[in-house]
Design a protein around this ligand. Structure first.
Ligand code: BV8
Ligand code: ZN
Length: 241
């Protein structure tokens, strides 16, 4: 692995354009449960069942209980070395784009700047009636939070399953992946689409693609470099001289 880390570190340092896709695994060492990991359940509910418009219209109280639980948990966690390493890497690379599936806001907290939050952000709330959107850092927004403009029911400002991604954010993500000389895919099971397709886009346009994950994924065979380790341990090593 040491040889692969050196090879990847050299490629990153020599690159003009780097694109990174992160998933729940880069927040795992902050103590944030992943979606599909061993402790990926919440009160015997599968998170992917709760992160849907259908679940919200069927039982908004349950879905808000789930999101208030995550907001409360996230309000108490710190960034980990994976987040800080990616923030440091951004300052080394002329054109660095961080595409994240995570909604926890920890990349921004760690100092990353050019972030594309393709699945939204849990700290955003949006009115289901008038569409008014605001950032709200409070850990718990109450059972059924209402819009302070029209009194309508608020929803988390995230992209649920079976909802479309913001077309402009997706276009920017595909552009960054297609222009990258190096594409890192860190902490994602590569199950969720279309996010997972970015690695294939980068590869098709000639990028060196590398995966950072303690476990193999369906994309591992496509990778030029697969670093079998924790993001919080591997990413900082890519910055060592
Ligand atoms: C869409 C926001 C068009 C909410 C999220 C059948 C086949 C293929 C696709 C589909 C299908 N049926 C439906 C679809 C499309 C669907 C999809 O992909 N479904 C999957 C489940 C099959 N996608 C969508 O619906 C997307 N929209 O397609 O629009 C459309 C329009 C209308 C109708 C239909 C389609 C929208 C997807 C967005 C969903 N929202 N999040 C919220 O967070 O509350 S996705 C959610 O999963 C999170 O964002 C999470 O990040 C993401 C992906 O999961 P991962 O990040 O990969 O996390 P996971 O737990 O899976 O894996 C963790 C990994 O980390 C593991 O590999 C583990 O080994 C590793 N790890 C653990 N520890 C560490 C580590 N790695 C490094 N270091 C460590 N320490
Ligand atoms: Zn409103």
């Amino acid at each position: 692995m040491h040889e692969d880390i050196r090879r990847l570190a050299d490629r990153i340092k020599g690159a003009d354009r780097v694109c990174v896709l992160t998933g729940a695994g880069v927040s795992a060492e902050s103590g944030v449960p992943t979606f599909r990991g061993p402790q990926g359940m919440w009160k015997n509910h599968d998170p992917t069942e709760l992160a849907t418009p259908q679940a919200f219209s069927r039982d908004p109280k349950l879905v808000w209980e789930f999101y208030n639980w995550r907001r409360t948990l996230l309000s108490e966690v710190q960034c980990n070395p994976a987040h800080t390493a990616l923030a440091a890497m951004e300052s080394l690379v002329p054109h660095f784009t961080l595409v994240t599936q995570n909604v926890d806001g920890l990349h921004r907290k760690a100092g990353s700047a050019n972030i594309i939050e393709i699945h939204g952000n849990i700290w955003n709330v949006r009115c289901t009636s008038c569409g008014h959107e605001r950032q709200d850092p409070s850990p718990n927004l109450g059972e059924l939070p209402c819009c302070d403009v029209c009194g309508g029911l608020l929803r988390p400002g995230v992209v649920w399953f079976n909802e479309s991604l913001d077309p402009e954010l997706w276009r920017q993500s595909v552009e960054a992946a297609s222009r990258a000389e190096v594409m890192l895919v860190a902490g994602t099971s590569a199950v969720v689409q279309p996010a997972a397709s970015l690695a294939g886009v980068a590869k098709r346009f000639g990028a060196l693609v590398a995966e950072i994950n303690p476990e193999a994924t369906d994309q591992s065979d496509m990778m030029d470099i697969a670093l079998r380790g924790k993001a919080g341990e591997v990413l900082p090593k890519l910055l060592e001289d």
